[in-house]
Design a protein around this ligand. Structure first.
Ligand code: GLN
Length: 628
């Protein structure tokens, strides 16, 4: 990494006066100053740059996608980037949010439950995020109130300005130091003018004043309307939205104008005139066939260079790194845009069948695999709350693969179990995720082992055979009390299984019989250790376990012809994980379980497909993983 732009052992050297003044106040609330500006240890002004993305006019127009695409362009040039999403709501995290209202809960490796935007950043940046990358008003207020109770504000009246804003700036700078970021990307949730994000905007206004010229770049995302009745682009809403930002004391440097069609020159000029932003810094961000085209389109528009110039970052770039990264990314985007050779239908059972956002990561994980496997995947949602259990075979007709995803509560579970049963009995490729893993255990216990009253205590608290149970004792072993098991954990993979074949790349180079993968969890219930031996005896294979405890984390049925499977139930592709593999699906690193499912679906839909067209190739060639 090239040296920082302001290399100096004296943090205050070469820094604007305003910042020097404030640094001398660092961290102290005193009676004789109005400043409250704690600065994290090790902070070097000028070392870290900031891009702040605000939304105007309306939310839901892809602020996160825009911000992560721009961050990706800079990362590909060899810069270290760290995104932070600032949420206006008062929840401490997303754990209690209903996915039907808010989209899926995205779990980070450190166990924080965040919203789906963090997934967009992780996927586009191919970077694991953590607590520092996600902040809610609830977290900020909690910190301020705790500090106040502890006497942390030295008798001052605790105020939105400077105390709450001071904590916001601290979080941003702390992230910059901890990740040694060249550029921190700050995305402010909601739109300018919302009550709930006003203090973020104020804090970020102050940030630019303190950091000085050339260190903070404000980007405003706006929306250009094109009413069908008029047939032309209208910029009034955009003008009003941008004016709101100016009223808050923030002069944007760059404007990204979302629109259905390319934003016309005249519209750009009007926006420029009303916002003091030169026309060449008003970029068109019109709809694209795929979000994966956005980084390249921002580059074509020159947005990356504009930002780099503004932040004086050209000296830190690494051209070789960029060549490699761009070639790789282009390879993927080419596949995304290509006409596909195969076509399969995959069914997803779910309570939230009406809302795609509730399963955003599954959707994306499958989309990556579809591109890599040259396949059009038609996704269909099966609402199990409306489906009678006896109708599984009817409901699954015409599918080439089925996913039973994660979920909570008892609604629709009986229908899900019969979907699993149908897949297991008919050779339909099956992937069970979290609840889908548990439902596969219940199906197997009921219909193969013969325990007719097997169930999960989540939906049958008094079940006679609780093969899935809450087991707080188990969790204590991991130090979790009786709560949700959350975040990244290791999974010990059993050699010679389908799981071992699918994850071969990740297992390579690890010691035999100690090979692990890392996956993210979010569950309360689990397989009752007392049921393990019975299930295994009847042929269920637990191919992934906790490295030292009897916690089952993956299951499968052996593929036909697998040594030792004679006389036992077999299946072309039947696998489940107690974790959420979809959270780790990345465009350039498609998640192996989804790759396996889509490949198995291709094999079912196109039995004559040329094996060289499909990877993992073994799945098509022999129908079973290579041994040894
Ligand atoms: N409801 C189940 C549990 O709590 C599964 C959770 C999930 O699918 N995320 O264990």
């Amino acid at each position: 990494m090239p040296p920082a732009q302001n290399p100096s052992s004296d943090p205050a050297a070469g820094v604007p006066n305003a910042t020097q003044d404030l640094l001398s106040e660092a961290g102290h609330a005193t009676q004789d100053s109005e400043f409250f500006n704690p600065i994290p240890p090790g902070y070097v002004p000028g070392r870290h740059k900031y891009v702040v993305v605000f939304g105007t006019v309306l939310s839901g127009i892809g602020k996160g996608i825009f911000s992560s695409s721009l961050a990706k362009l800079l990362k590909d040039k060899g810069l270290k980037v760290a995104p932070i999403k600032m949420e206006g709501y008062l929840n401490i995290d997303s754990g209690t949010l209903n996915p039907y209202r808010h989209g899926e809960v995205f779990v980070l490796d450190d166990g924080l439950e965040t919203d789906m935007d963090l997934g967009t950043y992780e996927r586009l940046l191919d970077q694991d995020l953590g607590r520092g990358n996600y902040v809610t008003s609830g977290q900020i207020f909690q910190k301020v109130l705790q500090k106040e109770r502890a006497g942390g504000y030295l008798g001052r009246d605790v105020q939105m300005i400077p105390h709450v804003t001071g904590e916001v700036k601290y979080m941003v700078r702390d992230l910059a130091v901890k990740r040694d970021a060249d550029v921190v990307f700050i995305e402010v949730g909601g739109t300018v003018g919302d009550y709930e994000n006003a203090f973020y905007i104020e804090a970020l206004r102050q940030l630019a004043f303190e950091e000085g010229e050339g260190n903070v770049c404000y980007v405003a995302l706006t929306y250009v309307i094109e009413p069908p009745a008029l047939g032309e682009q209208k910029t009034k809403a955009a003008q009003l939205g941008l004016k709101k930002l100016l009223e808050a004391g923030v002069q944007p440097h760059v404007i990204a104008a979302r629109a259905k069609n390319p934003v016309e020159e005249g519209a750009k000029q009007k926006i420029a005139m009303f916002s003091n932003v030169p026309t060449e810094r008003v970029f068109s961000m019109h709809d694209r066939a795929s979000i994966y085209n956005i980084p390249e389109s921002l580059r074509e528009e020159g947005m990356d260079r504009g930002v780099l110039t503004m932040l004086d970052l050209h000296g830190r770039l690494d051209a070789k790194h960029e060549d490699r990264a761009r070639a790789q990314w282009h390879g993927f985007v080419k596949k995304v845009n290509a006409k596909r050779k195969f076509r399969v239908r995959i069914g997803l059972t779910g309570k939230y069948a009406a809302l795609r956002d509730a399963y955003a990561s599954i959707d994306k994980a499958v989309e990556h695999c579809a591109a890599h496997l040259n396949t059009d995947v038609q996704f269909d949602w099966i609402d199990t709350t409306k489906m009678a259990a006896a109708h599984a075979s009817q409901a699954l007709e015409g599918f080439h693969g089925v996913i039973v995803p994660g979920g909570f509560g008892h609604r629709g579970t009986e229908s899900k179990i019969s979907c699993v049963q149908h897949c297991r009995e008919t050779g339909l490729p099956y992937l069970g995720i979290c609840l889908g893993f548990q439902m596969a255990v219940v199906d197997f216990a009921r219909h193969v082992v013969g325990l007719a009253d097997a169930a999960s205590t989540e939906f049958e608290p008094n079940a006679k055979n609780p093969v899935i149970d809450i087991l707080p004792e188990q969790k204590k072993i991991e130090g979790l009390g009786g709560n949700m098991r959350l975040g990244g954990k290791d999974v010990l993979i059993k050699p010679g299984t389908l799981a071992a074949a699918l994850y071969a790349d990740q297992l390579q180079g690890q010691k035999p019989n100690q090979q692990t993968i890392r996956q993210r969890f979010r569950h309360r219930y689990e397989v009752d250790p007392n049921a393990i031996a019975t299930l295994e005896k009847a042929g269920l294979v637990f191919s992934g376990r906790h490295p030292s405890q009897p916690i089952m984390q993956m299951l499968e049925l052996p593929q036909p012809g697998t040594p030792g499977s004679e006389g036992r139930p077999t299946h072309p592709f039947f696998i489940g994980g107690q974790f959420h593999p979809e959270l780790l699906g990345r465009p350039l690193k498609p998640e192996p379980l989804f790759m396996g499912l889509v490949a198995a679906a291709i094999k079912r839909a196109h039995p004559d497909a040329d094996p060289t067209d499909i990877s993992p190739r073994w799945l098509v060639e022999s129908g079973r993983p290579p041994t040894g």
